[in-house]
Design a protein around this ligand. Structure first.
Ligand code: WQD
Length: 341
């Protein structure tokens, strides 16, 4: 059974990817420092797949911990690297934390891969690297714009570190996946997004409002150059996203003579506005979301959605969930985790 290391594997996208890896027949080892996730996620993973992944509580920025993990878990052939700080606005307040956490962890992984015979790394990147696109939909040839936050800059720098390492002749391969907006939860409602504190992202704030935890959702601006004035995004179901990682890992490990570095945009190709997403949630669940229009949020991109044909045709992956299915799953998960009075 091929063994895969998933860093940040108890996180939102990480946990959904662990389940898909296990169901595809991979053995999974997780390392996570639990700074933005909960150890109970392992129970949810086990309930879905029937397999409890090996778990190491540790920090990928600590090379001693990482070296010990590779010694304790020999035979790891691939890595999926989710472990990173990801709150855009927090990165503006704490840039050094973001540069250290997101870059040192990647440097450690790349340095240790040849030492332990790890053949490939799938890197969790983001459409943030494109900044505000000149036009949409956006494919992988679109220009990388100057980052608008330290978080986005860590994704751009990480991509450059991987590219330079592979072009230097290192005996490794990589697939970089640029996510658009991951949303939703596993249909089993055993795992999902667990935001700590006040959610920054749209869906957790929306579902908490629907659940009565938040009083009202504020739509950050309706004076953008879009049909209904609210921002447009490419909301991609988290299970569809997780499946793409398994396909990417198989492509890397099963094709020794394949490309050493490939980059894919992971999106649905469907742009939806914030107001349209609220409508989808209300239609799909029958639950109203109290909301109002507020001022724009600093740093928001006006509109961005993917041209996913490279992932569809080369990777052989396509987003399948309808947005209503995704909203139903998000609501089911929120109902599961909402404290009962
Ligand atoms: C989406 C839209 C908001 C909250 C960021 C990162 C990206 C990735 C996902 C990590 C925007 C609007 C939001 C609210 C709102 N991060 N909104 N009211 O900013 O597109 O992407 O998070 O992987 O890299 O850049 O996601 O969910 O914060 O916002 O109106 O209470 O929803 O203005 O238009 P974003 P988001």
């Amino acid at each position: 059974m091929t063994k895969i290391l998933v860093t940040g594997g108890t996180g939102y996208i990480g946990s959904h990817t662990v389940v898909e890896l296990q169901q595809a027949g991979y053995e999974v080892v997780i390392i996570d420092n639990l700074s933005n996730s909960n150890i109970n996620v392992l129970d949810g993973i086990e309930k879905i797949s029937g397999i409890r992944p090996a778990f190491v509580k540790g920090d990928v920025t600590d090379i001693t911990t990482l070296r010990q993990l590779f010694k304790d878990h020999p035979g790891i052939k691939g890595i999926i690297n989710f472990a990173a700080s990801k709150a855009v606005n927090e990165s503006v307040q704490k840039p050094l934390l973001y540069y250290r956490n997101n870059l040192v962890s990647l440097l450690n992984l790349l340095e240790l891969m040849p030492e332990f015979g790890v053949e490939g790394i799938v890197f969790s990147s983001s459409c943030t690297v494109y900044g505000e696109p000149d036009n949409n939909p956006i494919d992988e040839s679109a220009p990388i714009k100057p980052a608008t936050s330290p978080y986005g800059n860590t994704k751009q720098i990480s991509e450059e570190i991987i590219t330079d390492t592979i072009y230097s002749g290192a005996p490794i391969k990589s697939i970089i996946l640029r996510y658009f907006n991951p949303v939703g939860a596993h249909p089993s409602a055993e795992i999902g997004e667990l935001p700590l504190g006040v959610p920054q992202n749209l869906i957790p704030y929306l579902t908490q409002t629907a659940a009565g935890i938040r009083k009202e959702l504020t739509v950050f601006g309706n004076d953008y150059d879009t049909p209904d004035g609210s921002c447009i995004r490419d909301f991609i179901d988290v299970v569809d996203l997780a499946k793409a990682h398994v396909i990417a890992m198989r492509r890397m490990l099963d094709n020794p003579k394949g490309e050493k570095l490939e980059i894919f945009n992971l999106g649905t190709g469907r742009g939806l506005s914030v107001l349209e997403l609220i409508e989808s949630f209300e239609r799909a669940t029958g639950v109203k979301v109290p909301h109002k229009i507020g001022p724009r949020r600093e740093g928001d991109i006006e509109k961005i959605w993917a041209e996913p044909s490279k992932a569809n045709n080369v990777l052989g992956w396509k987003a399948e969930a309808t947005i209503d299915d995704t909203m139903r799953n998000a609501w089911r998960w929120q109902q599961k985790i909402t404290p009962k009075d």
